[in-house]
Design a protein around this ligand. Structure first.
Ligand SMILES: NC(=O)c1ccc[n+]([C@@H]2O[C@H](COP(=O)([O-])OP(=O)(O)OC[C@H]3O[C@@H](n4cnc5c(N)ncnc54)[C@H](OP(=O)(O)O)[C@@H]3O)[C@@H](O)[C@H]2O)c1
Length: 374
């Protein structure tokens, strides 16, 4: 049975897990807290960078002998397989913990219940489901990536009050103020890839790096360009390899001379199928997850690319920074999509969070699961 004491300890483990959000991917960001028989916390740990200690191992090391007979609170099912590090279940058993409380099961096919089964087989008392909702929310991008095989696509946009993302002349820097832009750099730091369409690459010449955020980004996201027809020349900050080699997704429609130019500039190139005049977005998200270790891909538009993600049902989260400014009917929309014929057919989203940043507001929205749409 899960008690209030268990929930408090798991709350702490979730806070510890959140600290590993930027460094753990492609592994999940997990927290572990070890509580001794007298109720005192004797060890805490969070997932380290890939190849480093998992949360359980860090917490057990901190606890030392005090782990014997203790309860371990883990935000995700412990692994039972040999990956880059040995199984966490073995570490928990060797340390002699008496009870393990797990928030949620790990959908990764290599784990998927095996960690819990292994502990129970060894006689450990295992509880599953403590603070499951909070753990699911914290790990949403990871859970999505492991269940679907696709990177979690987070669409970020800065819009005017009338839903525009660029003025009539294409200028969009800056719609929002410095506080909102700083926050967006924090999302870049949590993402393993930042994606733009060729329209934005040509108009804005972005660098797509995570800058100025606190704490500073330890790892930069992969900078990704979607350019089906080879419109973007290999120049400017996006092709500055000192900032990291960019990754270009293109199709066979791009001229060989452009592909050679990208390659000579140091870019990595992946050719995917065409789709609606662009690149095949699902293939892009699968490639990012499977070949580039991307858990969360931040899509930074513009309108055409965002619209395509939404039309295809491939947008897993929208983060809209809304500024108190009006740009009018000639300005570009934030999302250029087909849209429903009638209001009743419109897709509704769930607002999960609203926060003010300076003069602007950040709205975070998740799709409503099909099962919940009446
Ligand atoms: N306010 C904001 O948050 C924000 C953010 C970003 C950009 N912007 C503004 O948005 C404007 C650019 O937006 P945009 O709509 O013109 O261009 P965009 O969405 O950045 O890029 C669209 C282009 O991406 C390429 N693409 C590749 N695969 C695609 C696919 N599957 N679906 C759709 N496009 C795909 C296509 O060109 P190819 O056929 O050449 O591949 C397409 O024309 C600029 O003015 C920029 O300043 C604003």
């Amino acid at each position: 049975m899960v008690t209030t004491t268990d929930e408090h300890a798991m709350e702490r483990a979730l806070a510890v897990a959140a600290c590993a959000r930027r460094i753990a991917p492609p592994n999940p960001w997990v927290g572990c807290v070890i509580v001794g028989a007298d109720g005192a916390v004797v060890g805490e740990g969070a997932t380290q960078s890939p190849g480093g200690a998992h949360a359980e191992v860090g917490a057990l090391a901190a606890a030392g002998a005090a782990a014997r007979g203790a309860t371990a609170y883990v935000t995700l099912e412990p692994c039972a397989h040999h990956g880059r590090t040995p199984p966490c279940t073995d570490a928990l058993l060797a340390a002699g913990v008496a009870r393990v409380v797990v928030a949620i099961e790990d959908p990764d096919p290599q784990v998927a219940g095996r960690g819990i089964a292994r502990l129970r087989e060894a006689g450990i008392d295992v509880e599953v489901g403590c603070r499951a909702e909070a753990a699911t929310a914290l790990l949403a991008p990871y859970l999505h990536q492991r269940r679907t095989g696709r990177a979690f696509a987070l669409l970020k946009t800065a819009t005017s009050l009338d839903g525009r993302s660029a003025a009539a002349d294409g200028t969009s820097q800056w719609i929002t103020g410095p506080e909102a832009r700083l926050d967006a750099h924090g999302i870049r730091a949590e993402s393993q890839a930042v994606i733009v369409g060729s329209g934005t690459a040509l108009a804005d010449r972005p660098s797509l790096t995570a800058r100025d955020c606190e704490p500073p980004a330890e790892r930069q996201p992969r900078r990704v360009l979607l350019d089906a027809s080879g419109r973007v020349p290999a120049e400017g900050p996006l092709f500055d390899v000192a900032l990291g080699a960019p990754l270009v997704f293109t199709t066979t429609a791009a001229p060989a001379s452009r592909v050679d130019e990208w390659r000579a500039a140091g870019a990595d190139i992946e050719t995917v199928d065409p789709q609606g005049g662009g690149v095949h977005l699902e293939q892009v998200l699968v490639a990012l997850a499977q070949r580039h270790g991307v858990v969360q891909a931040m899509v930074e538009g513009g309108a055409a690319l965002h619209g395509a993600f939404l039309d295809l049902g491939l947008a897993d989260r929208v983060v809209a920074y809304v500024a108190p400014i009006l740009l009018g009917r000639e300005a570009r929309p934030a999302f250029d999509l087909a849209g429903p014929a009638t209001l009743g057919d419109a897709t509704r989203w769930r607002i999960t969070d609203t926060v003010a940043f300076g003069a602007d507001v950040r709205i975070t929205l998740d799709p409503i699961p099909t099962a919940e749409v009446a």
